[in-house]
Write a protein that binds this ligand. Structure first.
Ligand SMILES: C[S@@+](CC[C@H](N)C(=O)[O-])C[C@H]1O[C@@H](n2cnc3c(N)ncnc32)[C@H](O)[C@@H]1O
Length: 273
């Protein structure tokens, strides 16, 4: 692939998703975009880049972007945020009027393990009768379809999911494990781009946005963090991934003392939980 073609595809993907493709990712493009070349009858990545220059190729541009996302996820990933959430939710429920709905957002949810982990945790909490809404969003339709279907392989359920919860919330179906309908009914999965206008999704008490900012450059991280801060309730909490931070990127969010990866809005006393 010519440097020009690489630069064109990289700029297109960054513009659509924020994902940064460094020049050493040439091999990744070859392997991930192979199926698209085949489907479109294109000889190589230079031909793909030429096709993408046509503004009418929006659907191919979408498929290219989606193919270059990394969708790695696991149940109760990193543990700690879920321990904090277990303490936070009862405190948030007490702080809300009766009849209020607590809203939780798994932004960049991939195949749904994070949203389903939150749902499993909720099943164990009595939140003073408060309703809870869980929404998972991602830029990639293929992972959302998997998340909605709720099928997971033996390998996937062995990563982070306690056997007790597997037995309780999953059924064996067609050689895989499927999330039980009650749990699937607790989560809504929708298409959503973190670079888009986030105001439409409303305000949230809790936002998980983990292991996606690592793929963005600093200005994009700052833009997304500020947009997420604007959607967070004044006493809400944003969880980021283990390798992600707000430091040097936004002044609207500050670490929750003693809780790695948890952030609250500046000037609001974080709930002591
Ligand atoms: C590595 S997964 C993280 C999944 C989950 N949050 C976790 O930590 O296990 C990153 C996800 O971010 C999604 N993604 C990448 N760019 C995005 C964007 N601009 N808007 C929304 N989702 C995006 C990818 O499709 C992918 O599913």
């Amino acid at each position: 692939m010519s440097p020009d073609s690489f630069a064109f595809i990289a700029a297109l993907v960054k513009g659509r998703s924020g994902l940064v493709l460094t020049p050493d990712k040439g091999y990744m493009l070859e392997t991930r975009l192979g199926p698209i070349l085949k489907r479109e009858g294109l000889a190589n990545l230079d031909a793909l880049a030429a096709r993408l220059r046509d503004p009418r190729a929006a659907l191919i541009a979408e498929a290219v972007t989606e193919a270059l996302t990394t969708n790695e996820s696991s149940f109760f990933r990193d543990g700690k945020p879920f321990e904090h959430l277990r303490r936070l939710l009862p405190a948030l429920a007490r702080a809300r009027p009766s009849g209020a709905t607590l809203r939780i957002w798994s932004a960049a949810c991939s195949t749904g393990q994070e949203a389903y982990s939150i749902a499993m945790l909720l099943r164990e909490l009595a939140l003073e009768g408060r309703r809870v809404e869980i929404i998972g969003t991602d830029i990639a339709e293929s992972v959302l379809t998997r998340a909605r279907d709720g099928y997971f392989t033996q390998f996937e359920v062995q990563r982070g999911l306690p056997a007790r919860l597997l037995v309780q919330h999953f059924r064996q179906e067609d050689g895989r494990w499927r999330v039980a309908p009650e749990l699937r009914g607790m989560v809504r999965f929708e298409r959503g781009n973190l670079l888009g206008d986030l105001r439409g999704v409303g305000r949230f008490d809790v936002i998980f946005c983990r292991n996606v900012l690592i793929y963005f450059d600093a200005p994009t991280k700052a833009r997304v963090l500020n947009a997420l801060a604007a959607q967070l309730q004044p006493d809400g909490v944003l969880y980021l991934g283990g390798a992600e931070t707000v430091l040097g990127l936004t002044e609207r969010l500050v670490p929750v003392p003693g809780e790695r990866g948890a952030y609250g809005l500046l000037r609001e006393a974080a709930l002591a939980v």
